[in-house]
Design a protein around this ligand. Structure first.
Ligand code: COA
Length: 343
């Protein structure tokens, strides 16, 4: 070995523990009854088609942004993990709604949470962003490059929602929130991610996108001034995609871990539509306890939905040490993925 050859790092297996979780929700509630006053829709239609009863809406004038919600969620997760902000090596924010193109949400969250000069960057995987972030953060720790990594899912998606009858197919679905995990290296190599899957199909991006100008419309005939900078969604195409890919990614992740569906204690899924989750529940013979739902209170909160739900389940004592938990997401891009953990 020449003097210049770096010494190989010891290959000790490292476990990765979800040491703490936190969440933040805006104070403004928008119920289905409120939507009935804003557009031509009904509580009955929304509950039947989606399972959603109310959602939270960020208050821009009151200072709520993806960054402030993300900071609140991170501080709660750090406190829960009993980790000081200065101990965090890296912060990754899953978001598609940073307040500005730059600085990133993660840079501002790190600064406001007091994480000193920890590395910080954003990852945009839309509603699957938290899953991609979790998979990536895990590997930084397992590979020995970091000891403590914070992952934050934060989105204020309602800024891209048109709350009139024109935009009603998306308006009923979405809400704002943030959730965070603090991940730490652990001496027990058995804890951490057991298998993961990450997929995308940009060819079907046209089914769920936010056109920024006239030229962005996939179908020029669909151009309408009111639709610029607003969520453009083909609800039926997205529904079909989700009910097909969702079970596939569960199967793929299980196969990689050589497990069967009933071996997993909890499926913490992106909360988009209760009918999509019901179809997976039936297909794999899962109970409501195994595949829980909280979207009736929050709607679809994009990258925040998975950490928001997991934080609730932990607070309710429904996550036991040693449990197998599969985190799952699907969304715009189109993107879909899974992350199976022994917690
Ligand atoms: N309130 C009342 N009526 C509505 C409505 C609303 N908010 N939105 C649409 N409608 C009407 C339509 O205009 C249509 O009327 P018509 O038959 O007279 O033309 C009718 O309801 C059926 O519309 P359709 O779009 O076929 O409804 P749907 O059963 O597909 O439900 C969604 C719409 C959006 C709830 C459903 O497609 C869905 O959840 N898709 C998945 C979306 C998703 O999860 N996106 C995020 C992924 S991360």
């Amino acid at each position: 070995m020449s003097a210049r050859t770096p010494k190989p790092r010891p290959q000790q297996p490292v476990g990765v523990r979800i040491a703490g979780t936190g969440a933040a929700i805006p104070s403004r509630v928008l119920s289905n009854a409120d939507l009935e006053r804003l557009m031509d829709t009904s509580d009955e239609w929304i509950v039947q088609r989606t399972g959603i009863r109310e959602r939270r809406i960020y208050d821009r004038e009151g200072g709520e942004t993806s960054e402030t919600l993300g900071t609140k969620a991170l501080l709660q997760a750090l406190e829960n993990a009993k980790v000081k902000p200065s101990e965090v090596d890296l912060i990754i924010a899953a978001t598609m709604t940073a307040d500005m193109p730059t600085p990133s949400a993660a840079c501002l969250i790190a600064h406001h949470a007091g994480c000193g000069e920890a590395g910080a960057f954003d990852l945009n995987g839309a509603c699957c962003g938290f899953i991609f972030t979790l998979n990536m953060a895990h590997e930084f720790i397992r590979g020995g490059q970091a000891k403590t990594v914070a992952v934050v899912g934060t989105d204020t998606i309602t800024r891209f929602v048109d709350f009139t009858t024109f935009g009603r197919n998306a308006a009923i679905l979405f809400g704002d929130a943030a959730g965070a995990f603090v991940l730490r290296a652990d001496p027990d190599p058995a804890v951490g991610m057991q298998a993961q899957s990450m997929h995308a199909d940009g060819g079907r991006g046209c089914h769920l996108y936010i056109p920024k100008r006239r030229e962005s419309f996939y179908n020029p005939a669909e151009y309408d001034e009111r639709a610029v900078d607003r969520i453009h969604m083909n609800g039926q195409a997205v529904f079909k995609f989700a009910v097909t890919k969702f079970p596939q990614v569960i199967e793929e992740t299980l196969a990689r871990a050589e497990l069967k569906a009933s071996d997993v204690d909890l499926y913490v899924c992106h909360q988009a539509n209760v009918r999509i989750l019901e179809s997976a529940r039936e297909r794999f013979g899962l109970s409501h306890e195994q595949l829980p739902v909280n979207m009736e209170r929050y709607g679809n909160t994009v990258a925040a939905s998975v950490p928001l739900l997991f934080n609730e389940l932990r607070a309710e004592g429904r996550v036991r040490d040693g449990s197998l938990v599969m985190f799952l997401g699907f969304g715009a891009g189109l993107t879909w993925g899974g992350s199976l953990w022994r917690v």
